[in-house]
Design a protein around this ligand. Sequence first.
Ligand code: HEC
Length: 153
Amino acid sequence: MNHVRRNSSALLKLAATILLGSATLAVAATAPAPVSDPHLAKLAAQGKTLFTQAKFKGNGRVCESCHLGGGLEPGRRPDGKPIPSLANAAAVFPRYKERAGRVFTLSDQIRGCIGGALEGQVPEEGSEELTALLVYVTSLSQGKAIDMGGKPQ
Ligand code: HEC
């Protein structure tokens, strides 16, 4: 009897380990890999604050008004049309933009969203604000394989 109980508790432990293991895998599939460099991690945190709060003196929108869940979830335009998540954005840029008729870098895209979607004052290339946003958006793709021109997630 004792023997049976020991065996079933071992089985329970095994089942719990398998369940926990797959839960960890599921999280790993959606969450980006961590950024280990402290300078980058600091800028990524600043960029996240800008992403969720900065209006750039525009129409009142912030990045997260359309790019939901910090950019990790599928987004939505004000008219309700879907936008892909930014979960692999840095891995699929540079990409050819049909509407612009030229290749866009990630920086071009972010500046385009600030000038267009936010109707805001577009920060200069190399400014701390733009760099922080770039680092944040890039951090979402950390660990993903580069696939220039590939499909957004
Ligand atoms: C009013 C809605 C709206 C807001 C606000 C907005 N965007 Fe966008 N964004 C879009 C749309 C729509 C697209 C995709 C279509 C396109 O190419 O313009 C897009 C595309 C992107 C992409 C490229 C995604 C890909 O994989 O192709 C990035 C990166 C991005 N936005 C970053 C930002 C950042 C950073 C901000 C804040 C400064 C921002 N966006 C604010 C609507 C918005």
